[in-house]
Design a protein around this ligand. Structure first.
Ligand SMILES: Cc1ncc(COP(=O)(O)O)c(C=O)c1O
Length: 420
């Protein structure tokens, strides 16, 4: 696999700080152990404190360079570049994703977004009329809407449960207890979200998986706000399917995502969109080249924005060079500093739990007497990029990524103080 240009030596286990060549023309060298160097890989407007890079990614230099390289090749000779490189680059992406997730590469399907992954998954799971999907009140529109459409299409029952009364004081026992009690005899799928973009609560997915063990239920997780922010893969979580976009915390190419499933879970899924895998097309042409493995079979075919899909390899390499664990620790450290500061602002209420066990990088709060959208726009006026949660109730939301510094957190706190 083509390693990300300029990424030399993983951070973990290096005694000496590696000095490396520039990752892309004009970008500073990446020293994975140095957060200023990591931040220097991004082309964000330095006048702003970007506390919303997790909503829609900005790309590090190695990803930008890969996109440019593939785009130039495709522009020069679309079919030639595609035929010459497709098999190799698809495999490179699958290997890099599998390596990051610690799963088998042919158990990963590639999509354009979390929403596409959720839509494919919840449409393709084989369920009988009357089988129940249990989801929660805390999931995003993409999960709720795809399940509503599924119910409308073939009579699958969808039930929602509330997992915690108050996000800030939620506990593992409360969450696991409420979910377990809601699982009924017809429940075949539990559809949850790893980190709630509505509140910042990180679900104890492993404890939920343990509580469901022995029941005939697939645990499916919208992982987008944990993926690239928390140091865990599908095996650590114990889930059957993990669905994520790669253009949020992973800071990967915009318009990319994936579905990772276990072998047993994929056996309960029928693809929705024809794959362009050579084995699938070969079977159609009458050749016997063996079955298409579940990940490639579930990857929607058709031509794609390949320059973005293929640059995913560099996004995974970038995180690997820094270390998935170090990215997670950094995200938590910055989020904790932000939460501590926000909690000290009179009148403001922190919605996200303070405990790192039940939170990740999403930080939500309420500000009295200021509408949330008004708060977001006043913060932007003060050069702080925050967002409003697209839920009811809506909260003011920040997120601490590796694009951020301690100074960004300070800037966010200073600006937020002017709202209270
Ligand atoms: C929990 C959650 N899932 C999914 C999405 C949608 O992600 P994507 O743009 O990758 O479809 C969002 C927000 O955009 C979200 O907050």
């Amino acid at each position: 696999m083509a390693a990300a240009a300029g990424l030399v030596g993983a951070a973990a286990g290096c005694d000496e700080e590696p000095t490396v060549a520039p990752a892309a023309p004009g970008a500073p060298p990446l020293i994975p152990t140095d957060w200023a160097s990591v931040r220097g890989q991004f082309a964000v407007n330095a006048d702003l404190a970007h506390l919303s890079a997790f909503v829609f990614a900005t790309h590090p230099a190695s990803v930008r360079a890969a996109i440019d390289r593939h785009r130039a090749g495709l522009d020069a000779d679309p079919i030639g570049y595609l035929h010459e490189n497709e098999a190799r680059l698809d495999q490179a992406v699958a290997s890099a994703a599998a390596n990051y997730l610690s799963v088998q590469s042919d158990r990963v399907a590639f999509t354009d977004s979390t929403t596409m992954g959720l839509g494919l998954l919840y449409s393709g799971l084989r369920l009988a009329r009357g089988d129940e999907v249990l989801t929660t009140e805390h999931d995003f529109y993409a999960t709720h809407e795809t399940l509503r459409l599924r119910a409308e299409r073939d009579g699958v029952a969808v039930k929602r449960v509330r997992l915690y009364a108050d996000a800030a004081t939620a506990s593992v026992d409360e969450i696991v207890g409420n979910l377990s009690r809601a699982v009924g005899p017809r429940t075949r799928v539990v559809a949850i979200t790893w980190v709630h973009s509505s509140t910042g609560v990180r679900l104890p997915v492993r404890a939920i998986a343990d509580a469901l063990r022995g029941r005939d239920v697939l645990l499916c997780v919208d992982g987008v706000h944990g993926f690239g922010a928390v140091d865990a893969g599908p095996d650590d979580l114990g889930c059957d399917f993990l669905v994520s976009g790669c253009h949020k915390w992973l800071l990967g190419p915009r318009g990319t995502g994936l579905i990772s499933g276990t072998t047993e879970a994929w056996a309960r899924f029928t693809p929705i969109i024809p794959a362009f895998d050579g084995r699938s097309i070969g079977a159609w042409l009458g050749f016997d080249s063996g079955p298409t493995p579940p990940g490639p079979a579930a990857t929607p075919g058709g031509y794609h924005s390949f320059e973005h899909r293929w640059a995913l390899a560099e996004a995974f390499d970038f995180h690997k060079a820094i270390g998935r664990d170090r990215v997670a620790t950094r995200t938590t450290e910055l989020a904790t500093a932000l939460k501590d500061g926000l909690a000290g602002i009179a009148g403001l209420t922190l919605v996200t739990p303070k405990s790192p066990e039940l939170s990740a990088g999403v930080v939500c709060c309420t500000v009295p007497n200021v509408a949330v959208d008004e708060a977001v726009s006043r913060l932007r006026g003060l050069k702080v990029v925050a967002s409003s949660t697209p839920y009811r109730p809506s909260y003011l939301r920040f997120g601490t990524t590796i694009v951020n510094s301690e100074a960004d957190v300070e800037a966010a706190l200073k600006a937020t103080r002017t709202l209270a």
